[in-house]
Design a protein around this ligand. Structure first.
Ligand SMILES: CC(C)(COP(=O)(O)OP(=O)(O)OC[C@H]1O[C@@H](n2cnc3c(N)ncnc32)[C@H](O)[C@@H]1OP(=O)(O)O)[C@@H](O)C(=O)NCCC(=O)NCCS
Length: 179
């Protein structure tokens, strides 16, 4: 995976009805540690990272790269959206395409925040890099993620075995002028 490269970054903050999407800041560090150390968040992502390692290694302003959005609610980080270039993707259908990932703190699940934030990030991408299809890989057992992918307009390309589980590869076509 690589970052998005040639986009204007940091972006103007993206505002939705309830949320703000923006570049990470020093004040997000504790929330990033909570996110990456959470067993619940990483149940389908190969397990969490040890908290003491994160405390030691996490930079002041974490995950600052083109395509990494902090999602903020009422002034606090509740999640991260990752838009990256899937250069080394193991499935040819996804290789080189823009890839969407999302991680939200469990207390923010079940309220529609992830759907609202991802739709806004995809809208930003459509302006920043027009005409790009977007891919998404998730474990098919990750029901919340599967529901979110469908809601965002991703449709199945294929399923494959990797990392000891069945994976679902979805794709979302770029919007056409008549949309
Ligand atoms: C995947 C993940 C982001 C999904 O989060 P989520 O909160 O379930 O997703 P949504 O934002 O789509 O919210 C959906 C729920 O909010 C409910 N909801 C409540 N208020 C709502 C509102 N105002 N608007 C929309 N939906 C609302 C919906 O009914 C829906 O409930 P349901 O799941 O019981 O059907 C979250 O589970 C997560 O961070 N998981 C860990 C990381 C991960 O596995 N990522 C996937 C690999 S990249």
């Amino acid at each position: 995976m690589e970052d998005l490269g040639a986009v204007v970054w940091p972006p103007e903050p993206v505002r939705t009805g309830r949320l703000v999407l923006r570049e990470s800041e020093v004040r997000d560090r504790a929330a990033f540690i909570e996110l990456l150390a959470s067993p619940e968040v990483h149940a389908y992502l190969g397990g969490p990272r040890p908290r003491d390692e994160l405390e030691r290694e996490m930079p002041g302003a974490p995950e600052r790269w083109p395509g990494s959005f902090v999602v903020e609610l009422d002034g606090s980080m509740i999640g991260q959206i990752l838009l990256r270039r899937a250069t080394g993707h193991r499935r040819p259908a996804a290789a080189g395409k823009v890839d969407l990932g999302y991680l939200f703190l469990p207390r923010a699940w079940g309220l529609g925040y992830a759907a609202e934030a991802c739709a806004a990030a995809l809208g930003w991408l459509a302006e920043a890099l027009p005409g790009e299809p977007v891919v998404l890989t998730t474990q098919s057992a990750n029901m919340g993620s599967m529901r979110l992918a469908a809601k965002l307009g991703f449709t199945e390309v294929e399923r494959f075995e990797a990392w000891g589980a069945e994976q679902w590869l979805g794709m979302r076509s770029p919007a056409t002028p008549s949309d």
